[in-house]
Write a protein that binds this ligand. Sequence first.
Ligand code: 13P
Length: 335
Amino acid sequence: MASLNAIAQKLVESGKGILAADESEGTIAKRFALIGLPVTLESRRDYREMLFRSTEAMTNYISGVILTEETLEQSAADGTHFRDILAEAGCIPGIKVDRGTMPMPGSKDEKITEGLDGLRQRLGHYARLGAGFAKWRGVIAITGYAPTRNGIRSNAHVLARYAALCQEAGIVPVVEPEVLADGEPGDHDIARCEEVTGETLEAVFSELRLAGVDLSGMLLKPNMVLAGTRAKDRPSVEEVARRTVATLRAHVPAAVPGIAFLSGGQSDEEATAHLSAMNQSANLPWKLTYSYGRALQTAALVTWGGDPANVAKAQEAFTHRARMNSLASLGQWRP
Ligand code: 13P
């Protein structure tokens, strides 16, 4: 079995990043609403098959794919397991293991992620199916009431319990504390996001250490430091890059091999531009790459539109975004 560190290093191999294709049934329904397509087992399968059979993108620009429980066990229309299609392209299959968020008791506007019950058994099953890594998302909202210290610490604690269980099963935990940019009201400025992101990362690494998690065998999947989606003042690309890198340097130990960002509602091009600008910083102690859902998929989804005749064009759109983000992970993308 490959060591946790070897898997983590491979996931952040130069010029590659992760495709997040782990939308829950509810989330994929929201994405399909963009193209007016009903969500069925077949439509989800056909859409994901279109992505996973984009051979150029998957081979050259994607190191691993975060799958849902459904997709990890699913086959393409011709009966080939998705896991085998990914293996053929040299991609590591990963699995989203959290069970979504619930309102935090006694707290306004805050959520806690569920899914620890039975997780040890589930991880054993996923490891036998070949999953090399897993993902768990904790959500931190910025509102007039949130976040509270309790909200941040509870989510950090649950992330650490998840991460320790993953490592016990030989699976690399991708630890995702997302400070929301696109929540409600979403009008906070970038300085507020910087403060909350710093506090969140501090709590997460404190809990990871307490839980005995091997930092060299995990990846961090954070938000970038951004203004809220509805904030009037829009920071420049340089400001986002500078504040994000400064926050990470202050709170993320160098033992962590890589940081793979979520896109969090940024436009495709913003997500690429921000990543590229960050990778132009000197002496970064970790790899900085992408673990995007929407910013890798939206162009392909809209081009596909649910029509089999559009598969090749949709794959080109996906490959283009993957190539642009690959360049950004090397600091080589230019507008
Ligand atoms: P986005 O890049 O669309 O934010 O999704 C990434 C992800 O995996 C969220 O959990």
